[in-house]
Ligand binder design. Structure first.
Ligand SMILES: Nc1ncnc2c1ncn2[C@@H]1O[C@H](COP(=O)(O)OP(=O)(O)OP(=O)(O)O)[C@@H](O)[C@H]1O
Length: 276
């Protein structure tokens, strides 16, 4: 009974603000609710004065102090990451005792939408090329002593030809003590430990999603028990890189170690593709 009540109360207080509502003393107008994450509610807003589109994220009221704390961290971390591929954190404000973060709005599509809604297909060389560009961003973040810890296809967007990485809600400083609970499952430990190998592990899964976009089963609609290594027709080198990213084999020590191998592999692919 208490659980049901808590659930209903949470849904009620997390209800998104209405379109047209003015925030921050009339500075921003809500255009559209973009979505609810584990800890935040995000809106597309207009800056009333400049007419510019911006994204405004609010901590989910039902998450209380933890939600506010995580948003405060996200604001701090995003403030340290000035990079064309990362939406800039423009400001933050408190409205009706609630904390909000203002960032650039990315007008594009997530890789998740591209694959599952648009039916985009990434062949091996395209997927590797995309990952190489994404790794430039990941490597920049790591260089700042930060790990993203949530690199997934809904958090990587394509704006025109440019890749943009969003959602730093779980990002962490490399020096921070781990926030993974001692009894956490293996997958959580691999993804969320504040270490560069966690982002590389996530990149391994990201690459698999891209490669599966081109996968055509021999018999459609039958669930195969085979794993990715049997199902995907990809080079032995790509398989080897994925095994290291997923920590099946000795993992890469850092992003540059993976990028060096990736560059070699892309060069070999180019040479093989070039007409003789
Ligand atoms: N700067 C941005 N520009 C464009 N869309 C954004 C931006 N930030 C977030 N979004 C979109 O807003 C929605 C909600 O994002 P949010 O980060 O709050 O949660 P989430 O990514 O859905 O979930 P979680 O935080 O649990 O991973 C998502 O659809 C996301 O693509």
């Amino acid at each position: 009974m208490l659980g049901t009540f808590k659930g209903l109360y949470g849904a009620w207080i997390d209800h998104p603000e209405r379109e047209g509502k003015l925030l921050h003393g009339g500075k921003y107008r809500i255009c559209r609710f973009l979505g609810m994450g584990s800890y935040g509610l995000t809106y597309l807003c207009h800056d009333v004065e400049s007419g510019e589109e911006i994204a405004v994220k609010q901590a989910r009221p039902s998450k209380g102090q933890l939600g506010r704390e995580l948003l405060r961290r996200e604001i701090e971390i995003m403030g340290q990451l000035e990079h064309p591929a990362i939406p800039g954190c423009l400001s933050s404000f408190v409205h009706n005792r609630r904390l909000y973060m203002v960032t650039e709005y990315v007008k594009g599509r997530t890789v998740e939408d591209l694959i599952f809604e648009k039916g985009a297909v990434f062949q091996e060389s395209e997927a590797l090329g995309f990952i190489r560009r994404l790794m430039e961003i990941v490597s920049f973040i790591h260089g700042k002593g930060i790990v993203h810890l949530d690199i997934r296809i809904p958090n990587v967007m394509l704006q025109g030809e440019q890749i943009r990485l969003i959602d730093f809600g779980l990002a962490s400083r490399l020096s921070e003590p781990s926030r993974v609970e001692p009894g956490a499952d293996e997958e959580t430990r691999l993804r969320r430990t504040a270490d560069v190998t966690s982002d590389l592990y996530a990149i391994g899964h990201f690459l698999l999603f891209m490669l599966y976009s081109a996968y055509e089963p021999d018999e459609p609609d039958t669930d195969s028990a085979a794993g990715w290594e049997e199902e995907l027709s990809i080079s032995a080198k790509t398989k080897q890189m994925i095994r290291k990213l997923l920590q099946i084999d000795q993992p890469y020590a850092d992003a540059p170690a993976f990028m060096r191998e990736l560059d070699d592999s892309l060069m070999i692919q180019d040479e093989t593709a070039a007409p003789s």
